[in-house]
Design a protein around this ligand. Structure first.
Ligand code: NAP
Length: 283
């Protein structure tokens, strides 16, 4: 009789991270320090507004300050960089998150680069990425870190496994590939120009879907017993993996919602609290 696949419950993993964080926030409070995450949103994209609100609510529940900076959609790159520099200079702010995407007239890379490395809690700067690739960064990108946190929370081995990552974005596919490589997986990175994608995915012990296309990964692409991590978050709470089709093939799989998403938010909070410790010379 085949075993039932394991559902990798992101809510449970997030609860454990947040419980540990509560104690650290209390520890900071004894020194009258309140960790603070500043989130910058340019324009009024409703999905982005929802994400910013969710992050802010999650902060408030743990006693972390959240500062929301809303900028008009006409904001120029220079104005955005200036707003970020002001947050860099503000000692009350420990983490800065620029909500992606920004309007197309803005040089998003220039804006990300303006975030000081000490406050780059989502690992979006080139320095942050380089540190992650070398394996000593303080703050890896939150979604990739969340994916590894889920594997670790469930004791799923990474070393020696063949991981196939579908997607190579600077905030997700590329950093998660580097993190898996640093943990001694053999990593194949796929993208929109990859030939014979299903054949490559069929070789994977670990599949990471970071494509941005609903229900993209098909059941007959999955090697029996593979572990599937679905980072996708498409309109209507739909992942990048066809969950129903892949479920029976997998040994373990993250659902959407309640998979990678909640752990990403918990990781962002953790990085903000860590940044507050570092900024105040505490450990
Ligand atoms: P992105 O920047 O649009 O990157 C998508 C990647 O998928 C690109 O590398 C692209 O290849 C690749 N791709 C597109 N079509 C493909 C195809 N037919 N075959 C193979 N690869 C293909 O997206 P992202 O920001 O990385 O986000 C990916 C997904 O994760 C989205 O659903 C997003 O909402 C979700 N996300 C979730 C969280 C979370 O907290 N859960 C956080 C961030 C993002 P090219 O490079 O060749 O274009």
């Amino acid at each position: 009789m085949s075993r039932q696949p394991m559902i990798l419950d992101g809510n449970k993993v997030a609860v454990v991270i947040k419980e540990q964080l509560k104690k650290r926030v209390e520890q900071l409070a004894k020194s009258s320090i309140v960790p603070c995450l500043a989130t910058v949103l340019v324009g009024n994209d409703p999905a982005s507004e929802t994400y910013v609100r969710m992050k802010s609510n999650a902060c408030n529940k743990l006693g972390i300050d959240s500062r929301r900076i809303y900028l008009d959609k006409q904001t120029t790159t220079e104005q955005l960089v200036l707003a970020i520099q002001q947050l860099n200079a503000d000692p009350q702010v420990h983490g800065i998150l620029l909500q992606h995407p920004v309007p197309s007239h803005i040089d998003e890379r220039a804006a990300f680069e303006a975030i000081s490395i000490e406050k780059d809690v989502d690992g979006v700067t080139t320095t942050g990425f380089a540190q992650l690739a070398f394996g000593f960064g303080r703050f890896p990108c939150c979604t990739p870190a969340a994916i590894l946190a889920i594997l670790d929370a469930y004791g799923l081995p990474i070393e020696g496994k063949h991981a196939v990552v579908i997607g190579r974005s600077p905030i997700l596919g590329k950093p998660v590939s580097q993190m898996l490589l640093n943990r001694n997986a053999t990593v194949t990175v796929c993208h929109s120009k990859t030939n014979a994608l299903p054949t490559i995915v069929r070789l994977a012990d670990i599949v990471v879907a970071a494509v941005g296309k609903p229900n993209f990964v098909q059941g007959d692409w999955i090697k029996p017993g593979a572990v599937i991590l679905d980072a996708g978050y498409n309109p209507g709470n739909i992942g990048d993996v066809d969950f129903a089709a892949c479920f029976n093939q997998a040994s373990a799989i993250t659902p959407v919602p309640a998979g990678v998403g909640p752990v990403t938010i918990a990781t962002l909070l953790k990085h903000t609290v860590d940044a507050a410790f570092y900024a105040n010379g505490l450990e």
